[in-house]
Design a protein around this ligand. Structure first.
Ligand code: FES
Ligand code: FES
Length: 201
């Protein structure tokens, strides 16, 4: 099985495009590749393998190549674009979703690996921690360009779900895989402390 985003040459092309032209163009390029891929498979009369899992609290079955990264299944098939493409190599955290409550990089997770499991994206984040993180993010004006922020929020809420009194070191460790080109790190740390205070109140 082959999926465009799983091909090394295409990944390099995407990274080059991302660096030179920005994330939006890289996403558009992969969107077009995905459409072409799906169309060509349809013309060959082949069907994909179905993968069933729980997405944002609802059971779904996706007709997708098992090698398709979860990121593209979520964005292109399930139609949830809040999760972002950054590097495609598990290096930046823009694509962070939660798998059974743990933050994972959906750009390198084959959709077949989440069969029978619970996937949560930014669109479906409903935990108590999430209800405190979102107002804290707004109050402290964390987002700048905003591109990395859905991934940041997914990691921050996962941290607060298991640790409501995180130290600076806990926060730095939990958030170390989420890169922000706008360098909002100090605001992220302050917002997590603020959300933790609200959770205890
Ligand atoms: S897109 Fe960068 S870690 Fe997945
Ligand atoms: S807010 Fe711009 S990359 Fe993080």
């Amino acid at each position: 099985m082959f999926f465009p985003a799983a091909d090394a040459a295409i990944r390099l092309k995407l990274i080059e495009l991302y660096r030179k032209a920005g994330a939006a163009l890289a996403e558009n390029y992969l969107h077009l590749l995905t459409l072409k891929f799906v169309e060509s498979r349809g013309q060959l009369g082949r069907s994909f393998m179905s993968t069933s899992f729980v997405l944002n609290g609802k059971s779904i079955t996706l007709d997708a190549d098992p090698n398709m990264p979860l990121l593209w299944a979520v964005r292109e098939i399930a139609g949830l674009p809040g999760t972002k493409f950054g590097c495609g190599m598990a290096l930046c955290g823009a694509c962070t979703v939660q798998l059974d409550g743990q933050p994972i990089r959906s750009c390198v997770m084959p959709v077949s690996a989440v069969a029978g499991r619970n996937v949560t994206t930014i669109e479906g984040l409903q935990t108590q921690a999430a209800h405190e993180v979102q107002p804290a993010w707004i109050a402290l004006q964390v987002p700048q360009c905003g591109y990395c922020q859905s991934g940041q929020v997914m990691s921050a809420t996962a941290l607060l779900e298991k640790n409501t009194t995180p130290t600076d070191a806990d926060i730095d460790s939990a958030m170390s895989g989420n890169i922000c080109r706008c360098a909002t790190y100090s605001r992220i740390r302050a917002a997590i402390h603020s959300a933790a205070q609200s959770l205890k109140a």
